[in-house]
Design a protein around this ligand. Sequence first.
Ligand code: COA
Length: 429
Amino acid sequence: MLSRSLRRPCAFSACEILKVTPTTPKYNFHRTLPRPNVQPTKPTYSKGLAGVIAGESSICTVGTGQGLNYRGYNIMDLVEHATFEEVSYLLIHGHLPNKQELEQYKSKLASYRELSPSIKVILEQLPSTSHPMDVLRTVASVIGSTEPEDVENRTVSGVRNNQWESGDRLIATFGPSLLYWYHFHKSGTRINTVTLPNDTVAENFVKLLQQTKDGQEPDRDMIDAVDKSLVLYAEHDLAASTFATRVTTSTLSDLFSAITTAIGTLRGPLHGGANEAAYHLISRFKNADEAEQSLLKMLESKETIMGFGHRVYKNGDPRSNVVKNLAKNLSSKIGTAYAKNLFDVAERMEQVMMREKKMFTNLDFYAAVVYHLCDIPTDFFTPVFVIARTSGWVAHIIEQRQDNKLMRPTSIYTGPDPQEVRFMKLSER
Ligand SMILES: CC(C)(COP(=O)(O)OP(=O)(O)OC[C@H]1O[C@@H](n2cnc3c(N)ncnc32)[C@H](O)[C@@H]1OP(=O)(O)O)[C@@H](O)C(=O)NCCC(=O)NCCS
């Protein structure tokens, strides 16, 4: 039994913080990494779970001193040499696909681009004013209702609607669904969401957005930028949305429920919604000097500057320079004063934040510039992140199921002392 004094509201200082050094995860698929030395200790507390190790994973290294790696492959190699499809396959299946596996994977994704009548009806009935993140969350729910995961056979390969099929279904369908909804409400057009069978997810997305017809080439630099951004966004260990996905999965719930959980969690501006919020901020400034003056005032009044900082990275986000270069190249290729100014404003903000706060841009900051220069509507920025991260979420769902334990932490009670609270009937209150 706890003593009476311990049942009273607990000050944070009275609570011990878990003393573990973040180290490498236990497994990768080839078991090359040592197991972290994590000893379960007394109950501990860390606000926002900062620094807490909440599981083991063989999927990704973030902030371990080894750089950002997916299944052991460095992000720089992946972004330079692999398409999003190769990366998605790597995350979900644990190895890079060979040519045949990649072709099969791409044709499977392509086969899911035709939207079912039930999805179309619902997309048409959603308001034109819906936030696109709500549209994607709804799409995940609709598919989860019309083509539910086969819970009896969820881990059996070859079974329709197993976890791999269900994951692929979502990765392939999110983009076409979003763009069907967009064009229907913008111009009343019911677009054909099927493009060429060999199109990548990025090609399909840009073609449907720009409404280029087969045979008519969309802008290759834009497709390349979107594809690389998908690779960068695909996975990031236990980011809030991935942790949320694993919590839902740990209750033995289905994949679609876990992904709707993730979409809801990603939407907030402290997580995925930061790319949309960062663009709203950047676009407020007419030029770099105005950006500098306004930013200084914002810092003085202790405002949070979207697109800067990170829970895990404290000395820089390895994805940031890649996406900054994409933004720079697109800006100079487009070549207009507007595009150049947008990049200059963003770069000045980066310089001011480094000079004043020693803070660095995270992936979301320059991704916002890239997406804007690709003519992607601002409220589609976080949905594009969803398309990419679904591959990481699915990988984590599969992994969670391989060694599941219900995730159920406890809290430090800070409410009224039950011994001092007496229940009064309604008539007495
Ligand atoms: C990502 C984020 C939530 C991480 O937060 P965290 O690990 O909890 O760090 P904290 O909020 O405790 O910040 C530590 C300090 O840095 C400051 N800080 C962190 N991010 C900041 C930002 N973007 N702008 C201004 N100050 C910031 C905090 O105000 C705090 O200052 P203090 O010690 O004087 O109070 C935070 O950096 C943030 O809000 N960034 C903006 C949103 C964003 O870009 N999210 C996408 C992340 S990939």
